[in-house]
Design a protein around this ligand. Structure first.
Ligand SMILES: Nc1ncnc2c1ncn2[C@@H]1O[C@H](COP(=O)(O)OP(=O)(O)OP(=O)(O)O)[C@@H](O)[C@H]1O
Ligand SMILES: [Mg+2]
Length: 165
């Protein structure tokens, strides 16, 4: 698999790292993050994880699949990763303030990449996905996936931490 994925949204805490880790594990891809503090180093060995330093530019990997776990406001590195990627995965939780940030994130992303997939994370109600779909309807038509709120995500993280001790 030589596809590049970026998981990005301006909003923090909506599932970027969890989703990035899941994709990288399932597809056996290396992962690059712009976050100075990450839990990814608990899961991935050094040869699979590149944690960018403050002003380190993104290397261009030809014919190499990658997952970018990127957070924060749009800067030159986020733009570069958006341009390099085949798929842009944008997570949100079904809360009104997060959905507003989702809309702003999509508007930014569309300037650089049109291949957008929205992931509604931590859903608890049947209507959660519909609410998000309705809110982003006027921006275009995107595939929308759902990840239910699950204790297992938190349990798994707790388990990993326990293993390390
Ligand atoms: N589907 C889910 N169900 C339950 N908990 C979840 C789910 N997805 C993520 N979480 C939890 O939500 C928290 C935030 O998730 P995560 O760290 O992946 O988000 P992030 O966007 O990378 O956050 P940050 O902006 O801090 O980098 C974590 O504690 C994670 O375990
Ligand atoms: Mg993160």
């Amino acid at each position: 698999m030589d596809k590049k994925f970026i998981v990005w949204t301006i909003k923090g805490g909506d599932g970027k790292t969890s989703i990035s880790a899941e994709i990288a594990m399932r597809l056996n891809l290396p992962i690059i993050t712009n976050e100075p503090y990450t839990t990814l180093d608990l899961i991935f060995n050094e040869d699979k994880l590149l944690q960018l330093k403050k002003n380190e530019v993104i290397p261009f990997y030809k014919n190499q699949g990658i997952v970018f776990d990127f957070g924060g406001y749009i800067d030159s590195r986020v733009i570069e990763a958006l341009k390099q990627s085949d798929y842009v995965l944008v997570p949100t939780i079904p809360e009104i303030s997060d959905i507003q940030v989702l809309i702003n994130s999509i508007l930014e992303i569309q300037k650089y990449n049109k291949n957008i997939i929205v992931i509604v994370n931590k859903t608890e109600n049947d209507t959660d996905v519909e609410i998000v779909k309705k809110a982003i309807g006027q921006l275009g038509s995107f595939p929308v996936f759902e990840i239910k709120k699950s204790l297992s995500v938190t349990n798994r993280n707790a388990f990993i931490l326990q293993e390390i001790k």
